[in-house]
Design a protein around this ligand. Structure first.
Ligand code: ADP
Ligand code: NA
Length: 327
């Protein structure tokens, strides 16, 4: 793993599933790789989904995505953090790849088929989405792409685009590998469903008010077989315990599990401890977020510097690409 690239959508309301499943990993890779950890807020991708795109909100959402990631611990002085549309080379490379990619490779993408099926009018950009994604990654010659397993097919296409290019125009791009972090949990919803997701509405927001978080934790489903406090509980069947594992020290979790099994402890007590432990992680994030919100120039400045660093790499790649392509 020499250089990682990952793009994330400009969305402000990030939840603890995003945090534990993706952001913690970005931060850790950034600590390890420094400037070879390249993170891009993909605002050019946003309008390919006409249901979610709103021109009046896009810039604010881009800002929020940067702010929340920085508040959560991503250090823009260490990594390269930037906004896709600040580096126009993304669209230039995407166009060149578009001319080299068989149409049929794109129409068979399952995400395209799923999303297109729900739309009355399908933007061509939705079809081209994975080509832009390939350009995003290959522009930086990244060898590793930390993303969710839902991106496996798109990444396979990126590898195919790189391979075909290298065969036709000479060795230029590595074939990047997907990095599915074995330590990144699939965080369940507060309703106990398999995945916390904003489209389902079963989330706890990273910056959500404490009262609102407590209202959600207080009403989380417990082991459904446990009706009275005197009944033994099964921590494996309790969402509360699942969440406790993410935030509380393992020794505390162990003690609580045993107590719960031995019927010595009420669910409310476990929920109060979960709240306490979760806030130990979330409180510093929201404090930093408030501070950054009071100084938006810090976020905007970091993104500007990030774009300048990204652009130097992108321009070098494009010089090579134009030359090899005959432009
Ligand atoms: P959502 O499903 O809420 O729309 P996104 O699809 O925007 O979230 O996901 C952004 C990132 O957060 C992705 O890398 C994804 O893998 C990660 N992520 C989202 N939800 C979860 C979850 N419940 N558990 C673990 N990781 C998640
Ligand atoms: Na999603």
């Amino acid at each position: 793993m020499k250089r990682v690239f990952s793009g994330f959508q400009p969305t402000g309301d990030l939840h603890i599933g995003n945090y534990l499943g993706a952001m913690v990993n970005y931060i850790a890779l950034g600590e390890k790789l420094g400037q070879d950890a390249i993170y891009c807020i993909v605002d050019y991708h946003a309008p390919t989904n006409p249901v979610a795109y709103d021109k009046d909100l896009l810039r604010q959402r881009t800002f929020e995505a940067a702010l929340v990631n920085i508040a959560a611990g991503l250090d823009p002085n260490k990594v390269i953090l930037f906004v896709q549309s600040h580096v126009p080379e993304h669209t230039e490379l995407a166009w060149i790849f578009t001319t080299q990619t068989p149409y049929g490779d794109l129409t068979r993408m399952t995400q395209f088929k799923d999303k297109a099926a729900k739309l009355e009018s399908v933007p061509a950009g939705l079809l081209m989405y994975p080509v832009l994604m390939a350009a995003d990654i290959l522009l930086y010659k990244a060898d590793t792409v930390p993303v969710g397993d839902d991106q496996t097919q798109h990444l396979e296409l990126t590898r195919e685009i790189a391979r075909r290019w290298n065969q036709t125009y000479g060795e230029t791009f590595p074939e990047p590998e997907i990095y599915l972090n074995p330590h990144a949990p699939r965080v369940p919803g507060i309703d106990g469903k398999a995945k916390m997701s904003k489209s389902v509405g079963n989330t706890i927001g990273l910056l959500e008010d404490e009262e609102s978080i407590w209202a959600k934790i207080r009403t989380m489903p417990d082991d459904p077989a446990r009706i009275r406090l005197s009944d033994p509980g099964d921590p494996e069947r309790s969402v509360v315990f699942k969440f406790l594992q993410y935030f509380a020290p393992p020794e505390l979790v162990q003690v609580l599990r045993e107590e719960y099994r031995r019927r010595g402890i009420g669910t409310l007590v476990v929920k109060q401890l979960l709240m306490q432990e979760m806030m130990k992680t979330l409180r510093p994030i929201r404090e930093r977020a408030e501070e950054l919100r009071a100084h938006p120039e810090r976020v905007l400045g970091a993104l500007e510097e990030g774009a300048a660093k990204a652009r130097r790499i992108a321009q070098a790649t494009m010089e090579e690409v134009r030359e090899k392509f005959g432009l």
